[in-house]
Design a protein around this ligand. Structure first.
Ligand SMILES: Cc1ncc(COP(=O)(O)O)c(C=O)c1O
Length: 369
């Protein structure tokens, strides 16, 4: 196997889920497994965690189909935008559609009628994210239409927050108020109880208990990572990833001999430079060049010279290392030294979500139970 791989600690994910569940009870929990389970490897994560979740959230219908083909039988909501021609897939694979427009609702009803079946739909309300969904000020006719759909099981209604991780909840409160106005429409229409109501992503789970309703949708915090530095840490979660590699080459480099493409770095005196068999094609961002740190044999060292597609170099200075020695790119070493997803985000100028979802398919995932 490749010496560079991603170790995924599954029991830790389960503990994160349990901590979230205890915190939000009696609300149910939808685990968000989109984007290859935030880079963790959806096959291993979904198979292990499915028995413990109430619902699964994905972004794309293809992701839902993939989970069904894996044998996952929990309800799956496809939260992202769906085109009308994709609707038959929801029936075939028993997926829940996010109906984000009256047109999509019509297409869903018509497709179900033609197939002489019924399938599950959650109404998507846009209360201020301005991404997909029916605006709260147009929700009345949309809800009325949904109540008339004889071939759909309108199982849920939801919205999504744009700023719930921020300590200042002004925008999130405004979104919540708008969502509550929409929910009140059911009463005005004399309709039976509204369907399953959900709104909270990780930021809201941590900061905003008023938004839990019947179910929450944590993504990033399920993976043990907080949604930004400002989020309150009201639930304890711990990361599950250790990105491992091994020293693949080791040499002493002299001053006057710059390291890697572009000659961006050179040693001031002879230095032990080791080569790591991992690069930007694996999701080790090129823009972390000369900024990242790596743990070699339990100790942290600077990455030096341009990060290449498949390899990069680390400066051990006067220390020694042999071929095959342990390297940790991300995660905690037995020595206690640690490199976090937050460190990667800072070195590369992005957020924690992009760091995790960019670890490429070329890096094998090893699931530890
Ligand atoms: C509709 C929806 N709900 C929930 C989530 C989970 O968000 P987070 O990872 O911030 O918890 C996402 C992810 O972006 C989403 O798009």
């Amino acid at each position: 196997m490749r010496p560079t791989y991603l170790e995924v600690n599954l029991p830790r994910l389960k503990r994160n889920l349990e901590n979230i569940r205890t915190h939000v009870a009696p609300a149910k929990v939808m685990a968000v497994l989109k984007a290859n389970a935030y880079g963790h490897g959806v096959d291993g994560v979904a198979s292990f965690i499915a028995p413990f979740v109430d619902y699964i959230g994905v972004a794309l219908v293809e992701e839902g189909v993939h989970l069904r083909e894996l044998g996952i039988d929990k309800p799956i909501l496809v939260m992202g935008a769906t085109l009308p021609e994709q609707v038959p897939g929801f029936i075939k694979y028993n997926l829940t559609l996010a109906a984000a427009s009256p047109e999509l609702l019509d297409a869903a009803e018509e497709t179900a009628r033609a197939a002489q079946t019924k399938f599950k739909v959650h109404l998507k309300i846009d209360t201020g994210m301005e991404r997909i969904g029916v605006h709260e000020y147009e929700a009345g006719p949309f809800i009325e239409k949904s109540l008339a759909c004889r071939h759909l099981d309108i199982e849920g209604i939801f919205t999504h927050f744009a700023n719930s991780e921020s300590p200042d909840l002004i925008h999130a409160r405004l979104q919540l108020e708008r969502f509550q106005e929409v929910l009140a429409i059911y009463e005005k229409l004399g309709a039976p109880n509204p369907p399953i109501r959900h709104a909270a992503n990780s930021g809201a789970v941590l900061n905003f208990p008023e938004s839990y309703f019947d179910m929450v949708r944590p993504g990033v915090m399920f993976y043990g990572v907080y949604p930004g530095r400002d989020a309150q840490r009201t639930v304890v979660v711990r990361p599950a990833l250790t990105w491992r590699s091994q020293v693949a080459f080791s040499k002493v480099t002299r001053p006057g001999r710059p390291v890697s493409y572009g000659s961006l770095w050179q040693a001031e005196r002879p230095a032990r430079i080791v080569t790591v068999p991992c690069g930007y094609a694996d999701g080790y961002f090129r823009r972390m060049t000369n900024r990242a740190r790596v743990i070699v044999n339990g100790k942290k060292y600077p990455q030096v010279g341009r990060i290449c597609m498949d390899q990069f170099m680390v400066n051990l200075g006067d220390d020694e290392a042999r071929i095959g020695d342990e390297i940790i790119l991300l995660g905690q070493a037995a020595s206690g030294e640690r490199i976090t997803v937050e460190d990667f985000a800072e070195w590369s100028g992005t957020n924690e979500y992009e760091v995790m979802t960019n670890i490429s398919a070329r890096v094998p995932r090893v699931f530890v139970e």
